[in-house]
Ligand binder design. Structure first.
Ligand code: DC
Length: 215
């Protein structure tokens, strides 16, 4: 039986942390869809045609830590505005969303385009300042020397491009629950997200999809 949790939102809002924790808690598979665009962006930085890169993408590329850099994130946002790139990545994501045993996907268009019939939709956000601080701390932890102002400017530029593009823009689905994590601890955000998933599972009588050992 399939059960899809769609988690969308702007960069550095906490989607990934929430998606990983929800997947672990309920025994669902997890796909960080941003990695698909990052992998295509990385290949385009190396001179490859982005559409060709999207069509020949290999899931094993998604594990590469080199996809986590700000340069690749920027390239990802650019190739993500290309309709043929997005089209080439749709089938893989839809199949993932409907795999047996449940799936969590996080990205920008999961609840609106990839899985509009998802059993749970969360739109995770936080203030620009808090998101910039979180991303800055992550980059510092990776040993990258970059100013907070630069991180904030990069996030703003990427978010506006992701929200302004003509195809599958970053947008909250009408039926998505808004989770503003600005003033929340990670634990509080996770508790809320898990509560929404558990409620949806009860509503759909979906006891066979994954398991929540702690009840
Ligand atoms: O989530 P992320 O920061 O790793 O995503 C990198 C870029 O990929 C992001 O700026 C926009 C694009 N993206 C997208 O267009 N649609 C998705 N579902 C996920 C990411």
């Amino acid at each position: 039986m399939s059960f899809c949790v769609a988690i969308d939102g702007p960069a550095a809002a906490g989607k990934g942390t929430i998606a990983r924790a929800v997947a672990a808690r309920f025994g669902f598979a997890h796909l960080d869809s941003g990695l698909l665009y990052r992998a295509v962006g990385r290949r385009s930085l190396a001179g490859e045609d982005p559409v060709e890169a999207a069509r020949t993408l290999d899931a094993r590329e998604l594990d590469d830590p080199a996809l986590r850099t700000p340069e690749v994130a920027e390239a990802a946002s650019r190739v993500a505005a290309m309709p043929q790139v997005r089209q080439a990545l749709v089938d893989f994501q839809r199949a993932f969303a409907r795999r047996a045993g449940g799936a969590v996907l996080d990205g920008r268009d999961i609840g609106t385009v990839i899985c509009p019939e998802a059993e749970v939709k969360l739109f995770v956000t936080a203030s620009d300042e808090v998101r910039a601080r979180r991303r800055h701390a992550e980059l510092r932890a990776q040993g990258r020397e970059v100013s907070l102002a630069q991180v904030a400017a990069d996030l703003r530029a990427r978010d506006s491009r992701d929200a302004a593009r003509a195809i599958a823009p970053l947008r909250r689905a009408d039926d998505a629950v808004l989770l503003d994590t600005t003033a929340m601890s990670i634990e509080q955000a996770l508790e809320q997200a898990i509560g929404h998933v558990r409620a949806a599972m009860c509503r759909s009588g979906c006891s066979g999809a994954g398991s929540d050992a702690r009840g």
